[in-house]
Design a protein around this ligand. Structure first.
Ligand code: C5P
Length: 477
């Protein structure tokens, strides 16, 4: 059988494939397989329409499952608030994409949205009537804005116009959409869409910063041509498939049970960058995938999560307050500010050392010889939180990324740092853990060592959250 090597594709094709794969949350190989599968399925349909017999397919080449069995089929509910922008027409496609994935969708349209699309169209696609009015007696007696706000697993605002962002940031509640957004205790994802000048405006920047600080997740906007002739820039709403992929990722991690409701969790994630001069820094290969997955899983379980993240190439998890830092010292400051918490999960790969005297100007080669870098030790964030005399989280969890004698090192770390659990894993190059999507971990506690099976980083995150919830509920630590 012929094989396909992604590496050998031409650069433009590779770039398009990379983008599609990222948008769909798949590896490039999986994306190529999906494209081939749907092309083959399409060819079959066309052949059938032309009266030709179907080509024989093996089981691995079957098309993706039909809507009723989609990845969100466990009755995941999305409340889609459609704002008044030209991108509203794309939200109708988003409804379809979410339904294809098995989600139950309810739509709320703002008054301005109804200038672009009708409640009838949104309701027909969603399979249930769309809601429009705060002061509609039928709606209030039937479902009501509070039930709309609560009877969902996720609220998505798409398109989120500049006006809707301003209302959300200001806590307004003068129409159904804004009242629902103020009343909800569920995670909120916004897909902004507006003219590039409005997106860049200081007022929008301020509102967005407020919303991000409140834990609201953002997807897009993308750069490109605008609906207005001759306008281009950043402001196009993310594509429905991109939004659906983020929703899928979030609802996939949501176990349904809010086992950490009312609990505060701090998670550190990613590497740190320690400057040498304004352009160079010391870093490591941590991708942040495991830490971000833990923050997402804790939020999905109902916790109030603060994620302190070093520089990573990952979207902010939904429903999580994400604070971005560069250095270990910044990370410690952000963690200290985020305390108190019930649980601290320290998954970041913090640089052990930093350069003692980073220079204000770039070190030049012609400055003579090779520069001599003096290093000093960074603060140990995990140990400083675990050893707090007052205000220590009830559960402090560290990670041990080792290349050899994993358990021995983890046990030693547990004692030296004063934490309650260590999640130990093998990060030798052969393991593929660094930057990869899978992880094989061992949980080391004072009671012993548990070896968990190899699983995805999302699964490790969910399993860890389940253990945390059990520990806080009174089971053994
Ligand atoms: O000592 P080592 O770096 O192997 O310890 C790993 C654990 O300690 C991880 O949980 C990491 O997040 C945490 N750590 C920290 N601050 C440091 C170094 C490590 O929080 N400066």
């Amino acid at each position: 059988m012929a094989s396909l090597t992604i590496r050998k594709l031409d650069d433009a094709l590779k770039q398009r494939l990379r983008l599609r794969a990222a948008q769909n949350g798949r590896s490039m190989e999986d994306e190529a397989r999906t494209i081939l599968r749907s092309a083959a399925a399409g060819a079959d349909v066309r052949a059938e329409a032309a009266g030709k017999p179907r080509a024989r397919r093996n089981a691995a080449a079957q098309p993706a499952p039909t809507p009723s069995g989609g990845p969100l089929a466990d009755a995941k509910r999305v409340l889609l608030i459609i704002g008044g922008g030209i991108a509203a027409y794309k939200s109708l496609d988003l409804v379809r994409r979410l339904k294809e994935r098995g989600a139950t969708v309810r739509c709320v349209l703002t008054r301005a949205a109804q200038e672009f699309i009708t409640p009838l169209a949104a309701g027909a696609l969603a399979g249930s009537r769309a809601f429009t009015d705060l002061f509609d007696a039928t709606t209030e007696l039937d479902v009501g804005h509070i039930r709309l706000a609560r009877e969902t697993d996720l609220v998505v605002v798409a398109p989120a116009t500049a006006d809707l962002l301003a209302k959300m940031a200001g806590g307004h509640a003068d129409d159904l959409a804004s009242a629902v957004l103020l009343a909800t205790d569920r995670p909120v994802l916004i897909a902004p869409a507006m003219n590039p000048h409005m997106w860049q405006h200081a007022a929008t920047r301020r509102n967005l910063a407020h919303l991000v600080a409140d834990g609201i997740a953002v997807v897009g906007p993308n750069a490109g041509e605008m609906a207005e002739a001759g306008e281009a820039g950043t402001g196009r709403m993310a594509e429905p498939l991109e939004i659906a992929a983020v929703v899928e990722q979030f609802l996939g991690t949501a176990g349904g049970e809010r086992t950490l409701a009312g609990k505060r969790v701090i998670v550190t994630s990613g590497p740190t960058h320690e400057p040498i001069d304004p352009v160079r820094y010391i870093a490591n290969r941590s991708s942040g995938k495991q830490g971000h997955a833990i923050a997402a899983a804790a939020a999905a379980a109902g916790a109030e999560v603060t994620l302190v993240s070093g520089p990573v190439n990952l979207p902010d998890p939904i429903g999580v307050k994400t604070i971005k830092v560069e250095t270990a010292q910044d990370m410690l400051a952000a963690v200290s500010k985020a305390l108190p918490a019930d649980v601290g999960v320290f998954a970041a790969a913090v640089a052990d050392w930093r350069v003692d005297k980073p220079t204000a100007r770039k070190i030049k080669k012609q400055d003579g010889g090779t520069p001599k870098l003096g290093l000093i030790e960074n603060p140990d964030i995990l140990a400083s939180v675990a050893r707090k005399a007052t205000g220590r989280p009830r559960l402090v969890i560290g990670f041990a990324a080792e290349t050899d004698r994993i358990i021995e090192h983890a046990r030693e770390k547990l004692a030296r740092k004063g934490c309650d659990w260590i999640v130990a894993n093998d990060v030798s190059p052969a393991s593929g853990v660094m930057g990869g999507d899978r992880n094989t971990v061992q949980l080391v506690t004072e009671h012993g060592v548990e070896s968990w099976p190899p699983q995805s980083k999302d699964e490790v995150a969910r399993a860890l959250v389940a253990r945390i919830a059990a520990a806080l509920a009174g089971a053994s630590r």
